[in-house]
Design a protein. Structure first.
Length: 503
């Protein structure tokens, strides 16, 4: 066998030629490979296979290396002379300034421009991945990452690659260098959220979570308390209950080099088995107690009458609460501390709702009094003593993980899930995780300014650039864009040289 070539309309096409002898006759045959994209590397394209490689010596087909990017001209398209500039220019500088570039490179994909372009796309555009090429075509990202290949097939290939378990480990090994620097360990917050989907793979299962029944998978995030940044993630089938995931998550953190110093947990994780595991592994914890637990009921019965005393009143974030700390025997020689709390603002809100209901339904005064007795009441439990004045502030850092889930679902393209396999899902979740880290970092750095992350990128997207043959010019930016650049210490150059090959 050998390769033959034809030129049609100035385009080179390849074919596999072979011949064999049958008696006195020589029978020749040909098989078309399609258009030649890179003759030296044996890369071709046709309708049946898309872009592929072919080795004539072994008669085998394969995938083109990710670094290969076909320079295909767009049909009936004029070259864009004005591009969106400010958002991608800012984001590229932000990633490098905050030490995230080595983490993204640790993903190790053969075409790093594709990965970095898609990280930007997940931050800047809440659209399906099939639109990524259109975004890149009209954005300065085209100049920053000229070798990106954002065709649907190549994006899918990239997601499969970075969704590999080995790649996950490489990323988190590099990423934890950025955050978990303390040898003695780090404080963490753990929670999970459901990702509804109808994809047919093992992670999809029918879940009954807080009374909501739906097909979903569970995504578990771990946050670092000191920085409020996502630290780790893992996923499991939707029908796996939260209580069974705590120990495995902490063990996986440890396997990835992250030592848990203190864990702040949702009440859903607090079971006898999990508590025993935490004590055995020497991990202090703080959690809310469920109202149906025996500890909760006993503490309420014995100590509620003496809760509202002067010595128990504390302030937190412009609010006031009564807090009483109680010693608690957890068995097996383990001590804990229960914090019986009454939030006065919440008590007032619940009282108002009760009074409206009582007036409409004609409740008796005795019933109203009974209902009021537990308004604003909740309990926390900790394996180590915490000052009453600090316990609420410590526990309410849990709100940060809810904010991160909100960022993931509404700003970093996590939902809806538009993937077909578990492999591409894992890659998608990795890009969403990196995007969430970026947005959360930005959110922290612009705290106290008039801007939100959406404000930042919307205003900067309006700062365009003009593309010339071998350079681009940046016009004057408006005040809002100028203020945002200054917040990050960025000075936009008037002129930026570019390689003609990138156009």
């Amino acid at each position: 066998m050998y390769l033959g070539y034809d030129i049609k309309g100035g385009v080179k096409y390849a074919k596999v030629c072979s011949s064999r002898r049958e008696g006195d006759k020589i029978i020749s045959s040909q098989k078309s490979l399609g258009r030649v994209l890179d003759e030296k590397r044996g890369i071709f394209r046709n309708r049946e296979r898309g872009i592929f490689t072919y080795d004539v010596t072994t008669d085998t087909y394969g995938k083109a290396d990710p670094s290969f990017v076909p320079k295909a001209a767009r049909k009936n398209a004029k070259e864009k002379l004005i591009l969106d500039f400010g958002d991608s220019y800012f984001l590229d500088a932000f990633i490098r300034k905050n030490g995230l570039e080595p983490c993204i490179k640790a993903l190790g994909y053969g075409n790093p421009d594709t990965v970095t372009s898609m990280v930007q796309y997940y931050v800047l555009c809440n659209l399906a991945n099939c639109h990524a090429g259109d975004w890149w075509d009209g954005n300065y990202a085209r100049i920053l990452y000229p070798d990106a290949n954002l065709s649907s097939q190549r994006i899918s290939d990239m997601l499969i690659y970075i969704g590999d378990e080995g790649v996950y480990r490489d990323f988190f090994r590099e990423y934890t260098k950025l955050l978990a620097r303390k040898e003695e360990g780090t404080n963490i917050l753990i929670d999970s959220t459901g990702l509804p989907n109808s994809i047919h793979f093992p992670l999809t299962a029918i879940s009954n979570h807080n009374g909501k029944i739906r097909a979903e998978m569970r995504l578990i995030y771990v946050l670092q308390q000191e920085t409020d940044l996502p630290l780790f993630m893992r996923c499991c089938p939707g029908n796996v209950v939260d209580v069974t995931t705590l120990t495995k998550t902490i063990l996986e953190l440890k396997a990835n080099g992250i030592k848990t110093k203190f864990a702040i947990l949702d009440a859903g994780y607090l079971t006898k088995e999990n508590i025993e595991e935490l004590y055995e592994n020497g991990i202090p914890f703080l959690s809310r107690l469920k109202a149906n637990s025996l500890i909760y009921k006993n503490a309420l019965k014995e100590h509620l009458p003496t809760l509202e005393a002067k010595e128990n009143l504390v302030s937190y974030n412009s609010r006031y609460a009564y807090i009483k700390r109680l010693d608690c025997d957890m068995g097996e020689g383990h001590r804990a501390y229960v914090y019986l709390c009454r939030d006065l603002a919440m008590k007032s809100i619940e009282n108002s709702k009760l009074f409206d209901k009582a007036e409409r339904s004609g409740m008796k005064a005795d019933d109203v009094f009974e209902a009021m007795s537990e308004h604003g009441i909740f309990m926390l439990i900790s394996s180590r003593p915490i000052e009453k004045e600090k316990v609420l502030g410590t526990y309410y850092t849990r709100q940060q993980i809810e904010q991160v889930f909100d960022i993931c679902k509404n700003y970093t393209n996590m939902l809806p899930l538009r993937v077909q396999t578990e492999e591409t899902l894992r890659g998608h979740l990795m890009l969403s995780f990196i995007a969430a880290v970026i947005v959360k970092m930005l959110q922290k750095q612009i705290l106290g300014t008039p801007y939100s992350p959406i404000d930042v990128f919307t205003n900067l997207r309006n700062h365009k650039c003009k593309v010339f043959e071998d350079f681009l010019l940046t016009p004057e930016s408006v005040k809002k864009a100028n203020d945002i650049y200054k917040l990050m210490g960025l000075k936009v150059p008037h002129q930026i040289p570019i390689d003609k090959e990138t156009l």
